[in-house]
Design a protein around this ligand. Sequence first.
Ligand SMILES: CC(C)(COP(=O)(O)OP(=O)(O)OC[C@H]1O[C@@H](n2cnc3c(N)ncnc32)[C@H](O)[C@@H]1OP(=O)(O)O)[C@@H](O)C(=O)NCCC(=O)NCCS
Length: 148
Amino acid sequence: MSDNELPMTRRTHDLDAVRTLCVQAGLDMQDGPLEGVVVAYGTYIGDRLIGCATLQFADGSHFLEYVAVDASFRNRGIGAVLVAKIEEEARSRGMSELWAKARSPGFYERIGFRITSDDEPRPKSLDTCRDCPQFRKSCFPEIVVKRL
Ligand SMILES: CC(C)(COP(=O)(O)OP(=O)(O)OC[C@H]1O[C@@H](n2cnc3c(N)ncnc32)[C@H](O)[C@@H]1OP(=O)(O)O)[C@@H](O)C(=O)NCCC(=O)NCCS
């Protein structure tokens, strides 16, 4: 990779590209444009989106969603940087914790999140996995939280 191809992470408004990257990464996505995105970050090489993460708002709570890195660029710290950007956004909104549905719980544990148990109170908006066709077939999600 040459200097002018270094990945750059910044805010993005290109939610169509975010959606496309998430689909390519295997996430189960709703039809149509993304809804509930409060702020989105993208990692770019030139104008190509290779990573994304968003802060969402639904059913009265904020949470982390649409975290994906292009398969060719994984394990280089890009996902961790993207989540750190969303943590900063959450902190700046006065949030003291950040929740997520984790398709890759090991990744979240590496970056300081904790896997929660079913009997813990957690935002209602995260209880959507059971309706997903991938649930416990190709996806074994956990609900995770990090204190900010
Ligand atoms: C999960 C994903 C976003 C991680 O992105 P990434 O850029 O490869 O992650 P990073 O390189 O920043 O990894 C940070 C740390 O987590 C670890 N890690 C990454 N993916 C992991 C996984 N699936 N399981 C366990 N640990 C993982 C890395 O080894 C690294 O650890 P280190 O600090 O000891 O080096 C990426 O693999 C992906 O897009 N997967 C498919 C979509 C997906 O599952 N998204 C999550 C939706 S909930």
